[in-house]
Write a protein that binds this ligand. Structure first.
Ligand SMILES: [Zn+2]
Length: 128
C-alpha cells in the first residue's frame, strides 16, 4: 500500500460551513472595532492566534474611511483577519477557523501548512 502523503493537493472544504457563512465571517473581520472590544476571545484566520483583546498590551488598528470603524490587526501576524466572539461566529472551532483560512488564503495561510507561527515585532512594522 502506498503510504499516505502529508501534502494536501485539494483545499480543505468543510461540510459544516457554507461558503455564504464563510463570506459573512470574512465581513466580520473588517471595520470590526466595536465587535472586537466586546469580545472575550478573538481568533486570527491567518495564523490561528487566539487571544483576549482586553489582555493585549496594545491593539493595532487600521484606520478605515469614516464613518467606518477601525479594523483590528492580529497581534501575532499583523494580518487584518481577526474575528471576535461577539460576532457570534464559532471562533474557537478549529474546523471553522481552518475553513475560513482556506477560503480566504487558498492554502497559503500560516495554519494551513501546520507550521508554528512566529510572533512579529510591531516595532519593525509601525512607523510613528
Ligand atoms: Zn494572525
Amino acid at each position: 500500500m502506498k503510504p499516505k502523503t502529508t501534502e494536501r493537493t485539494e483545499p480543505f472544504v468543510s461540510s459544516r460551513f457554507s461558503s455564504d457563512y464563510i463570506r459573512k465571517a470574512h465581513e466580520a473581520t473588517f471595520a470590526n472595532e466595536s465587535a472586537i472590544v466586546h469580545s472575550e476571545r478573538c481568533t486570527c484566520f491567518y495564523c490561528g492566534h487566539s487571544f483576549d483583546p482586553s489582555q493585549e498590551e496594545k491593539l493595532h488598528w487600521i484606520e478605515e474611511k469614516p464613518p467606518r470603524e477601525r479594523t483590528l490587526r492580529c497581534p501575532m501576524c499583523a494580518i487584518d483577519c481577526v474575528i471576535g466572539s461577539a460576532s457570534s461566529f464559532p471562533i474557537e472551532d478549529p474546523e471553522f477557523i481552518l475553513a475560513c483560512s482556506e477560503a480566504w488564503f487558498g492554502g497559503i495561510s500560516r495554519i494551513s501548512d501546520g507550521k508554528p507561527v512566529e510572533k512579529l515585532r510591531y516595532v519593525d512594522l509601525i512607523l510613528d
